[in-house]
Design a protein around this ligand. Structure first.
Ligand SMILES: NC(=O)c1ccc[n+]([C@@H]2O[C@H](COP(=O)([O-])OP(=O)(O)OC[C@H]3O[C@@H](n4cnc5c(N)ncnc54)[C@H](O)[C@@H]3O)[C@@H](O)[C@H]2O)c1
Length: 219
């Protein structure tokens, strides 16, 4: 039984993660940390093997550091924090860190196909669409897609009610375009990926590992 605590447990994603963990037979929810619940991360680490963080860009790193220093593995879904600082924090830690820029398996496939298509077409642009409460722009997924495509890919960010998290990658070449589109209709789309990372984080070959693709297609 893997003991799992959730940081951001009162938020949109954290609430779903708590429910998803409770719906499994091999994971046990041992803590819900969130200022809205009056519980902090330090208070839930003692009972946990893994901390899942879906908080805010300015709190994710501090939570990850606290977990790693306590020997608790951390799975981070929060976007917009300093990756170099996470690498530094993870370097000599006895626990592992995993960061998933996007936990939706379809989005990971979109990124892989986009990287492949970029090798064959002249130019590309990315349009990412999210709900208006999203704090960072561009999204972590769009930035990661552009990185996997070799950089130099303009990103456009749309924030509108009615959206969850969608992305189009549009590639252009002589008299043709190719659009690779990933659409999410609900935040449950992220749960299989989050649970996979929770189950695998203790056995990572290095730390931090960035991207669900490393768990779906191990080298
Ligand atoms: N990687 C992915 O697949 C993925 C998918 C969706 C959202 N996200 C990211 O997840 C993050 C959370 O998104 P959301 O929509 O759930 O946000 P949200 O605002 O609904 O929830 C964030 C929660 O974190 C809590 N919080 C703030 N500081 C905290 C701290 N120090 N310790 C513990 N909890 C704290 C807040 O009170 C809030 O309840 C965002 O960065 C978002 O971009 C990532």
């Amino acid at each position: 039984m893997i003991r799992v605590a959730v940081a951001g447990a009162a938020g949109r994603m954290g609430t779903m993660v708590c429910g998803a963990v409770e719906g499994t037979d091999d994971l046990r929810l041992t803590g819900r940390a969130d200022p809205q619940l009056g519980t902090d991360v330090a208070g839930v680490l003692g009972d946990s093997d893994v901390l899942v963080d879906f908080t805010q860009p300015d709190t994710a790193l501090g939570n990850a550091r606290a977990a790693l220093e306590a020997g608790v593995h951390v799975v981070i879904g929060t976007s917009g924090f300093d990756m170099d600082a996470l690498r530094e924090a993870a370097r000599d830690a006895r626990a592992n860190a995993f960061f998933g820029p996007n936990f939706a398996i379809g989005a990971v496939l979109m990124m892989r196909f986009a990287a492949e298509a970029r090798r064959h077409m002249q130019a590309a642009e990315i349009i990412e669409y999210h709900h208006p409460a999203k704090l960072d722009a561009p999204s972590g997924t769009a930035a990661r897609t552009a990185e996997l495509m070799g950089g130099d890919v303009p990103i456009h960010s749309v924030r509108l009610p009615g959206l969850v998290a969608d992305q189009d990658v549009i590639l252009g070449d002589v008299a043709q375009t190719l659009t690779i589109r990933h659409v999410t209709t609900d935040r449950t789309s992220f749960m299989p990926g989050v649970l996979l990372a929770v189950r695998r984080v203790a056995d990572l070959p290095e730390s931090p590992v960035v991207g669900l693709e490393h768990l779906l297609w191990p080298a």
